[in-house]
Design a protein around this ligand. Sequence first.
Ligand SMILES: [Zn+2]
Ligand SMILES: [Zn+2]
Length: 240
Amino acid sequence: MKAVIFHDVGDVRVETVKDPVIQEPADAIVRITTAAICGSDLHLYHGTIPGMMPGAIIGHEYVGVVEEVGPQVQSFKRGDRVVGAFHVACGKCRTCRRGHYNQCRFGGVLGYGVAFGNLDGTQAEFARIPYADYTLRRVPDGLSDEQALFTGDILTTAYGAVVNSGLKPGENVAVIGCGPVGIMAVQSAFALGASRVFAVDLVKERTELAAQLGAIPVPSKRWMRKQKSANGPTVKGRTL
Ligand SMILES: [Zn+2]
Ligand SMILES: [Zn+2]
């Protein structure tokens, strides 16, 4: 199969490698139909997260179709269309039973190096997904790959952050940084009952998008116009 292979910092290549196989009874093999490049993949590319070994497959945001399941997998069968979490967890250990899947000592992050379980990633034609019953979810008919893809990491990261903030309905929220996760945090905050959401970012297009979703952009358009006419382009080379 073809896959995106990490060779070194700043050096990833599409290469032909062996197809993955079932290694554990709870594994599934998924034929990947859509994969995303996450901001976290760029940490690997730029070398800010150590532990990626040459030859490893990167990527952890994916939608696909189940190709094969191990004998312990109960919830999925060949042909099921699925989206998966970027993080895999056994679902049975003490921390998993408490809902702290990210602390599962048997788990890890797909395509994120030896410090995160040494699991191959999903920017590939096929991927081995450990603990498939816990890691995968079926994609409802009518949802496109691109829509479902967000639930594997970006939307759920944002939603989890808003839940963990303790937001109560009617409260006001500030989302600082309106990249993909921030934009989904804006939507999650509204979904969880926020009264007003302030979307803070120095990139105008991001706050404009947040404003289309009902947020109050910060800085405001007026402030940005004033800055532009007073100072010209300034902040880190970006035109305000
Ligand atoms: Zn991600
Ligand atoms: Zn566990």
